[in-house]
Design a protein around this ligand. Structure first.
Ligand SMILES: *Cc1c(COP(=O)(O)O)cnc(C)c1O
Length: 405
C-alpha cells in the first residue's frame, strides 16, 4: 500500500474492509470487481494484497501513457505548485501552449476544453446546432457517446437510455458501416452526423474507410457537420495520434478525452479551420482549461510523440491481434481491432472468462455481452502482451469461473 497513508489506517484497511466501506457508500451505479487496486506502474497494476496484474483495462482508455508516467507526474507536480485553478475569463500560459500543440497535431484550428468525454460530445452537439442553425443529429446503432442527456441521446444502447427517457429530441440512429442508411437519414434539417472511427463500447467495430469518407462527402453535400468522437480511439490508441488520420478524413468537430491528459480528467472539442465563429457566452465550463490538466496534457502529448507511442501501438497491435487470431478455440467468433484497441468476440457471454483472466493476472474489459476488449497502456511491452495471449489461451481452454467480472 501507499507509504503516504497513516500507518494506523494502513494496517486496519484490509481489502475486505475497503470494499465494505465503498459498497456502503457508493451510489451503486457501477458493477464492481472484488479487488482493491492501490498502485500502478506502466502497464502493471497491484491490488491491496500485493498481487500484480497486466492491465488491459488501461483505466477504460485513460491510461495510454502508462500508470505513473514520469513525464506526466513531473508536470502535474510542478504545475500544482504553481497554479491549479484559472478559469477561462483569464488567459493562461499552459492553456495557450496546449491549444497550440493540439491544433498543430490535428490540423484543427480552435479548441473548447472541458473535463470528460461526455462534455466534449455535449459541446460538439451544441456547436453543431449553433453553427448550422439546424437541430437534428444522426448517430449510429451500437454507438456510445457518454451519459449526460445530449451525449446519451446520441448513444444507442437501450439499457443506458431507457430509464431516462424522454431524451433530447431530434436524434436518429442508423446502422453503422451502412452508407445507404446514412444517405437516407441526412436531410436539410441535419445539424450533424456523429461517428466513432472504431465503435468501442459497442463491441470494437472498426469503421470501413469508404464508409467514413462517404459519410464526410454526404455531410459536405448536405450542409451537415461531421462530428468524429475519438474519446476512445484518440491519443495514439489505434496507431495514429487520432484514428481519423488513418483515412485522410477532415472532421468538422473532433471530440477527445480519456487519455488526453495522461489520466487527469480533461475533454476537448476541436473545430476545423473556417468552421465559423462561436459567440462569447455560447458555452462554458468552470474547470475547463484549468492549468493542472493543461500541463498534464502537454506532457502527455510530448511524451507520446517523443516516444513514438502511436507507431508502437500500430506495430504491437498488429502482432497482438494476429496472436489472438491464432488461438485455437471453438469459443471464438472473431477478433477485430485497430492498433492497440482489440476485441475478441466469443460465442458466449464474456463475463466468466474475464473473471478467469483476472485470476490469471490479466485485467481486460467487456464491450457488450460477448466481446473481450483490450485497451492496454501503449507503453506495454511485447513480453507483457505475450503473457496476455497465453493467459487468454489458457482461459479459453478451461472451464470458466462463475460470478461477476
Ligand atoms: C468513454 C466514451 C465517452 C464518454 O466519456 P466520459 O469521460 O465517460 O464521459 C464518449 N465517447 C466515446 C467514444 C467513449 O468511448
Amino acid at each position: 500500500m501507499s507509504s503516504s497513508l497513516d500507518p494506523a489506517v494502513e494496517t486496519t484497511q484490509t481489502s475486505a474492509s475497503i470494499q465494505e466501506v465503498e459498497l456502503a457508500h457508493t451510489a451503486g451505479t457501477y458493477s464492481k470487481r472484488p479487488v482493491v487496486i492501490v498502485r500502478g506502474q506502466g502497464a502493471r497494476l497491484w491490488d491491496a494484497e500485493g498481487n500484480a496484474y497486466i492491465d488491459c483495462v488501461g483505466g477504460q482508455g485513460t491510461a495510454n501513457l502508462g500508470h505513473a508516467n514520469p513525464a506526466v507526474v513531473q508536470a502535474i507536480t510542478a504545475q500544482a505548485q504553481t497554479l491549479i485553478s484559472c478559469p477561462e475569463m483569464f488567459f493562461n500560459d499552459q492553456r495557450a501552449l496546449l491549444e497550440q500543440k493540439l491544433c498543430a497535431a490535428t490540423g484543427m484550428e480552435r479548441v473548447f476544453l472541458s473535463n470528460s468525454g461526455a462534455e466534449a460530445v455535449e459541446a460538439a452537439l451544441k456547436f453543431a446546432r449553433l453553427l448550422t442553425g439546424r437541430s437534428e443529429i444522426v448517430a449510429t446503432m451500437r454507438g456510445f457517446h457518454g451519459r449526460t442527456f445530449g451525449a446519451l441521446s446520441a448513444t444507442w444502447e437501450k439499457k443506458y437510455r431507457g430509464p431516462f427517457e424522454p431524451l433530447v429530441p431530434g436524434f436518429h440512429h442508423v446502422p453503422y458501416n451502412d452508407l445507404a442508411a446514412l444517405d437516407a437519414a441526412v436531410t436539410d434539417q441535419t445539424a450533424a452526423v456523429i461517428l466513432e472511427v472504431v465503435q468501442g463500447e459497442g463491441g470494437v467495430h472498426p469503421g470501413k474507410p469508404e464508409y467514413l469518407l462517404g459519410a464526410q462527402a454526404l455531410c459536405q453535400a448536405r450542409g451537415a457537420l461531421l462530428i468524429i468522437d475519438e474519446v476512445q480511439t484518440g491519443f495514439g490508441r489505434t496507431g495514429k495520434l487520432y484514428a481519423f488520420q488513418h483515412y485522410g478524413l477532415q472532421p468538422d468537430l473532433l471530440c477527445s478525452a480519456k487519455s488526453i491528459a495522461g489520466g487527469v480528467p480533461m475533454g476537448a472539442t476541436l473545430l476545423r479551420p473556417g468552421l465559423g465563429e462561436l459567440p462569447p457566452q455560447a458555452h462554458g465550463s468552470t474547470f475547463g482549461g484549468n492549468p493542472l490538466a493543461c500541463a498534464a496534457s502537454i506532457a502527455a502529448l510530448d511524451y507520446l510523440q517523443d516516444h513514438h507511442l502511436p507507431e508502437h501501438a500500430a506495430e504491437l497491435g498488429a502482432w497482438f491481434k494476429d496472436a489472438l487470431e491464432h488461438i485455437q478455440s471453438p469459443l471464438v467468433r472473431e477478433v477485430r481491432g485497430l492498433g492497440l484497441m482489440v476485441g475478441m468476440e466469443l460465442k458466449q457471454k464474456v463475463t466468466p472468462y474475464l473473471q478467469s483472466l483476472m485470476a490469471a493476472g490479466v485485467m481486460a474489459l467487456p464491450a457488450g455481452l460477448t466481446v473481450m476488449r483490450f485497451l492496454p497502456p501503449l507503453v506495454i511491452t511485447q513480453a507483457e502482451l505475450e503473457q496476455v495471449v497465453s493467459a487468454v489461451s489458457g482461459v479459453l481452454s478451461s472451464r470458466p469461473a462463475k460470478g461477476e467480472a
